[in-house]
Design a binder for this molecule. Structure first.
Ligand SMILES: [Zn+2]
Length: 299
């Protein structure tokens, strides 16, 4: 058995995963604002408590656990130190801390990379050897598979496509650069623009979708949609030129808006000239919310 953990910007989920990578039990906890602000030791303690609790409730001994896999938002170096702006952590040695406590091997990875591994092994990327994964949500998480291997550098997991610059002197990103892809093509950007147009605040994805379907004659709204797709297509075209993937797999809350975006995105991508005569397929992720927790324990 393995333990999978998914640390989000506002919650932590811990699950028990069996030999066949099935999630057999899961517990979630929301992080309070206070916990999010001074998070390093608190994060470690919450994690330890949650893992202890789930093991105790299911009557599982620590020696039955082969591995703990942790998915985190942000960057992870090859030693399992994490750097995440959302949780206010800089080079925090999460792998070392949790390994020291449980004496079980710990693997720490970026959450989108975990989701992509689950999608590659069990989801809609299975049949492609070369594929790019983009998770469009609050930001843009990403990974690249070439010849079935997820690429990484000698320093960290790398391949942070969301922080590729697509506009000179563009919008300031919290990575410190201006004009990053995620400042134009993350789902949060689209959602904020729709909220601004209709004077809304903190609207759910479901409500946004309803508004878009109802207001389908609204020209400003159509412009927002077109601009979003234009920016997303620019990033994807760059990825196609660099990696020549067989598929681009898109996950995150984008999947929820597929009826509005998908055809337009495919049309846009097809209009660009391509060196490769076979334009990659655009596929949607199917593993959903548990992709991170399951992907966290995969090799
Ligand atoms: Zn950036």
């Amino acid at each position: 058995m393995k333990i999978g953990v998914d640390i989000g910007g506002s919650h932590i989920a811990v699950g028990i995963i069996d030999e066949n990578d099935n999630l057999i039990e899961q517990k979630q906890k929301d992080l309070t604002l206070d916990e999010k602000c001074k998070v390093s030791d608190i994060l470690k303690n919450i994690l330890i408590q949650m893992i202890e609790k789930i093991l105790c409730e299911k009557n599982i001994e620590k020696k039955q656990i082969k591995k703990i896999g942790i998915a985190v938002p942000g960057r992870v170096d090859k030693y399992g130190n994490i750097y995440t702006v959302n949780l206010n952590l800089k080079n925090y040695p999460l792998k070392a801390e949790i390994e020291e406590y449980f004496k079980i091997p710990v693997q720490v990875r970026n959450d989108a990379k975990c989701a992509s591994l689950a999608e590659k092994k069990y989801g809609n990327m299975q049949k492609y050897k070369d594929a790019v994964f983009l998770c469009l949500g609050t930001g843009i998480g990403s990974s690249v598979f070439i010849k079935n291997e997820m690429l990484s550098s000698n320093i960290s997991e790398a391949f942070e496509i969301g922080h590729m610059i697509i506009k000179k002197d563009g919008i300031r990103c919290n990575c410190g650069k201006n004009g990053c892809f995620e400042k134009y093509a993350a789902m949060s950007v689209f959602k904020n623009n729709v909220e601004k147009l209709f004077n809304l605040k903190e609207t759910s994805g479901e409500e946004i979708l309803k508004i878009i379907l109802k207001e389908n004659k609204n020209e400003t709204l159509q412009k927002i949609i077109d601009e979003y797709i234009d920016n997303l297509a620019i990033g994807i075209i760059n990825m196609i030129e660099i990696f020549e993937p067989e598929a681009i797999c898109i996950g995150g809350s984008f999947v929820y808006f597929k009826e509005i975006f998908l055809n337009k995105l495919e049309e846009k991508i097809n209009k660009y000239p391509h060196f490769n005569p076979k334009v990659p397929e655009i596929v949607l992720a199917k593993m959903g919310n548990n992709a991170g927790i399951i992907g966290a324990v995969l090799e």
